[in-house]
Design a protein around this ligand. Structure first.
Ligand SMILES: Nc1ncnc2c1ncn2[C@@H]1O[C@H](COP(=O)(O)OP(=O)(O)OP(=O)(O)O)[C@@H](O)[C@H]1O
Ligand SMILES: [Mg+2]
Length: 303
């Protein structure tokens, strides 16, 4: 379980401070896939980085805290201060544009053994990695390849392989499929879903594609302007959306691919949705496991 307690995350640049995440409180239970959606710049990646514990200047936690209710591979409790030691082993991150984040000068096989603790059993780890990548639909030669020799979809599979190989308790996937074509996107997300079913771990997946969210996730978290406007069981959120912004996202289905969705979202916000969508940081449980921010009423006096 992960608990966010009135979390505020800011970037301090020169003499300006941007509050990218502004007062988020919620609980993420174990063993579920949580989808995160929201307009560009709403703080999704910032929140994911914070949960992963990758907090580097100019980003900082300016208020609140994150509680991790699980132990690391070393048996110790995980905290924001100690979480780095658990990277890849208990908690892994598939970043936005991850297909380009494999080390270009290291062969795929070695990317699986370049961790502390694998020195003594490198050979065995390599064999396990070869088998594992095979299971993910990659041919054995991939182990000897350099990243640039693989297609984008294959690199993405390798990244997912790396992120899941040690069976971490928590996997964060930030738009893991954005740069891929639609068919490969679906394949990759289905793969992630199958792996989660096997491992029973928690996956947080950011995507602009509400169709994918509906298919893949157990819970949905909708963000707008640094705040959570709605959070609940996927069926409930899609079946009975409460917040105007969530309604708009769902109304714009069916939409294929991320870019078209971005366009829809950008134009809706630009057309005066902004005031109606902004939300107070207080989430109210309107139904069991379905929370919505108390949003101010749309200002439609002149309409
Ligand atoms: N390194 C940084 N320095 C300064 N400001 C940043 C930095 N990274 C993000 N921000 C700002 O924080 C806010 C939230 O950005 P974030 O990347 O978390 O949004 P996002 O929801 O992931 O957007 P997208 O859908 O485009 O990936 C934005 O206003 C952004 O400009
Ligand atoms: Mg992002």
């Amino acid at each position: 379980m992960i608990r966010l307690n009135d979390l505020k995350i800011s970037y301090r640049i020169a003499n300006r401070t941007i509050d990218a995440v502004d007062g988020v409180s919620l609980t993420i239970p174990d063993g579920c896939i949580v989808g995160i959606a929201g307009e560009s710049g709403s703080g999704k990646s910032t929140l994911m980085k914070a949960i992963y514990g990758d907090i580097q200047a100019p980003m900082h936690i300016s208020r609140g805290s994150i509680d991790y209710d699980f132990q690391g591979a070393d048996g110790r409790p995980v905290t924001t201060q100690t979480i780095r030691r658990q990277w890849f082993k208990s908690i892994s991150y598939i970043p936005q544009s991850s297909m380009n984040s494999l080390n270009p000068v290291i062969r795929i096989g070695r990317q699986f053994t370049d961790f502390p603790g694998t020195d003594s059993n490198k050979k065995r780890v390599l064999e396990q990695a070869r088998t594992y990548l095979g299971k993910l639909g990659l041919p054995p030669e991939v182990m000897e390849s350099y990243p640039h020799q693989l297609s984008g979809g294959m690199r993405q599979r390798v990244m997912i392989g790396l992120a899941t190989f040690f069976q971490p308790d928590l996997i964060i996937a930030d738009e893991p499929t954005t740069a891929l074509d639609v068919v490969v996107q679906k394949e990759i997300l289905m793969l992630l879903m199958e792996l989660q079913e096997e491992m029973g771990n928690t996956i947080l997946v950011v995507s602009h594609d509400m169709g994918v969210h509906y298919q893949v996730t157990h819970k949905m978290l909708i963000m707008y302007a640094g705040r959570v406007v709605e959070y609940g069981d996927t069926e409930s959120v899609f079946g009975d959306p409460q917040h105007p912004y969530t309604k708009m996202l769902i109304d714009s289905l069916p939409t294929i691919g991320d870019d078209s969705m971005r366009g829809v979202i950008a134009s809706a916000a630009g057309a005066g949705g902004d005031r109606a969508f902004r939300a107070e940081p207080v989430l109210v449980e309107v139904k069991p496991n379905h929370f919505v921010a108390r949003a101010p009423q749309p200002d439609n006096v002149l309409a």
